[in-house]
Structures are given as C-alpha cells and as structure tokens.
Design a protein around this ligand. Sequence first.
Ligand code: ACO
Length: 430
Amino acid sequence: MASDTLSITDNRTGKKYEVPIAEGTIKATDLRQIKTDAGDFGLMTYDPAFMNTAACRSAITFIDGDKGILEYRGYPIEQLAEKSTYLETAYLLLRGSLPSKDDLARWKNDVTYHTFINENLKGLLDAFRYNAHPMGKLISTVAALGTFYPEAKNITDPEVRARQVTRIVAKMITIAAFAYRHMVGQRYAYPDNDLSYAANFLNMVFKTTETKYKPNPAMERALDVLFILHADHEQNCSTSAMRAVGSSHVDPYSAVAAAAAALYGPLHGGANEEVIRMLTEIGSVKNVPAFIGRVKSGEGVRLMGFGHRVYKNYDPRAKIIKKVAYEVFEVTGKSPLLDIALELERIALEDEYFVKRKLYPNVDFYSGLIYQAMKFPMDMFPVLFAIPRVSGWLSQWEEMLQDPDQKIARPRQIFVGAARRDYTPIDKRP
Ligand code: ACO
C-alpha cells in the first residue's frame, strides 16, 4: 500500500523512522529525531543557497521552470501583460484577487496621492556625490523614508501595514526619478497627479521646460508592461532578503531597503546591463559566430541573458519583452544592437551546446535594449527593476507576517572551526 511517508534507516544505529510527506516535502525538523545518542543534536540538512529547501508556503507566484510558466495569483503572466496595468497587478499580488472597479479606482487614487516625498528627503539625496550610483541612493533613501513614519514600526496592525504599503509603492517612482535627476544634475521634477503610474515616473525623469509633460503612449505602455513582468518572481535572492529581514519584525522600509540591496548585485538585478556590454563588445552581426565559439570553448565566457536557475525553457517574460522591444523601437528607431541580439538568439536556439543545457533567453536578454532605447543610462537598469518589485516584496512580507509557521529566520550551521582552546597572552604567541 502506498503511503505518504518516507522510511529512513539510520545505518549508524540501525534505527528506522517514518517521516510524513506533504506537498512533495518533508519537514527538516522531522529529521531532528534521528540521533546517534541522547546527547546528539539530531540530523540536519546542508543546503547552501537553498537549492532544494522550501523556506515558506506561498500563494502568490507560481513558476514551472520546465514548462516556462509564470503565474501571479493563478493568472498567467501573458494575460496580465496584455490586459492588466502595473497598479492593478500590484493590487492583485498584494491583496490576492483582482480589484473591482471601485477598489481599483481607490487604489490608484491612494497611490497617486502618496507620490510626494517629504522635502527633507531631497536634502538627503543632495548629500550624495554627483556620481553616486542611483541604486545606492535608492536603497539609502528608502531606508531613510521609514524614519518619517514612526508608526511603521507597528507591524502587527493591518491598517498601519496597508498605509506603508501604499506609501512605498507610490514613493518608489519619486525616489527613483529623483535619484536619476540628481545623477544628471537636473532639478527634481515633481509628481503630476493627472498621469498614470508609469507616465508619472517618465514625467519625473524626463520633464524639462514644458509646463505639462505628455509621455508617448507607446513608451508609457511599454514601461507599464515591463513593470508587470518584474513585479514578483517568488523566492529569489531579494525576496528571500525581504522575508529574512522582515522576520525580525523591523519596519517595512528597512526590509525593502535590504531587499533592494540584494537586487543591486550583478548576479540578480544587474544582468541586463551585462547583456548591453556583451552586445556592444560583439559589435557586429558578423562577429556573432566567433563569440558563440568562445562561449562554447569553455574559457568561461557566458552568453549573458541566457539561462536561468529555474527556467529550463523559454522564460515566458522574455517572449513578451521581445514583442515590447519592437513596439518601442517603432517609436525610437531600431537599436543598432538588436540585430546582434537576434542573430545570437537564432544561433543559440539551434546550437547543440545551448539546446542540450536547456539555455534559453531570459527576461534580461531584451529588457536592457528597451531601457536603452528609452534613454535610460545603464546605472538606472536595476532601479527600473526595483520599482515594480516592491509590490512583490511587500506581498511576500505581508504573507510572511500572517503565516503562523514563520519565526525569525535563523539558519543552522555546520561548525568547522577550531576546537576549544585556551587564550594565549600576546607575548607567548609564536
Ligand atoms: N552561457 C553559456 N553557458 C551557460 C550559460 C550561459 N549564459 N548559463 C549556463 N551555462 C552552462 C554552464 O556553463 C553549465 O555548463 P556545464 O554543464 O558544461 O558546466 C550549464 O550551462 C549549467 O549552468 P549552471 O551555471 O549550473 O546553471 P545555473 O542554474 O547555476 O545558472 C544562471 C543560472 C546564473 C542564470 C546562468 O544561466 C547564467 O550565468 N546566465 C547568464 C547571466 C544571466 O543572464 N543572468 C540573468 C538571470 S535572470 C534574472 O536574474 C532576473
């Protein structure tokens, strides 16, 4: 008879154990009963980088990496990218279901009217050096923003939490845009409440002398779709940081700053910049075969924007982004790097090296080209990723706080250091 248990024999002692299996998982703490003697701590699992450890149960984002499926709260990413807006998608992630007309109107209004930041925060931004990376400015300013709302510490009150969520989602575009304006030495442009979320961001970034900024509708929609695609991606590095830091019950601004810091790393939010560098280095379509040859030769060169830890199929976001890229290029003119990207993709998708390793374009392969065509400098790429990802981080934070299984994150270790020894006075040391 099949049973939902795992039978374990500890060959050190000959003892047998039955461990329940639920949702394709065993509980790591169930292994603690496996001991060699009463003084033994009990069996642990060793899993650096959490390659095979579920740290939570989550109802937010579903990914099937082999089939190339991504769903937010059950809705396929393709449908959301085509039919939804970023703010509606953020509502879906945060609240669990699509909003009614009234709910959406209220949410949009709340976010729109929270985009202004306290003037003192501008002083903080002004203190940065002219060439400070905008991501460093974003991380620090989000952390500082929390000091303006002492009530945010009260994370047990759902209403207080909801207020901070609205504030953070709203003010992200303002902080991100101000970080950009400081970088390029232009005076800050204030939010315009008549504009959509994406358009308002474009307004604060690109407005110059016009009294009313009017974004190009194709650019506004493209940015909104990119925001939808980047809103959540379950338990990645930055989301895990959000959950781990939030598990100490710190205020959400501090936890978002920590998550943004994790995103800043080149292995996470910085890959699209690497794609642009790679395409620029290749320089021309005729150099593509030689570059592919270098990637295959094992000299450590990677085809940036290809491959993914989870997706072993075409990243569903990459397909949508490719389409968006063409829509943007219709307005901006084609990026000279596009032909190189297309040729790389064509060869790689046919080449046995890439096929065998299931290496397909990921979300970053085309997103950098779009941001570049929109005239964003490369330093802004991770900032553009962080803006929408806050809705994912905050959804995961909210879920974590309401999950009775969760406690402060505290991994175990296998101690491999020196055995106990006595302190030697400095004049007696070799
Ligand atoms: N180009 C060439 N070969 C690759 C690539 C690539 N982009 N990615 C993986 N491989 C090869 C590896 O060399 C390895 O080959 P081997 O079996 O002969 O040793 C095999 O494919 C498996 O690769 P791993 O490194 O084990 O795969 P992992 O899941 O650890 O890595 C990662 C995933 C980091 C995304 C990797 O594919 C990569 O470095 N890609 C390029 C960087 C990139 O585009 N990152 C963005 C990811 S999307 C995001 O973070 C939003």
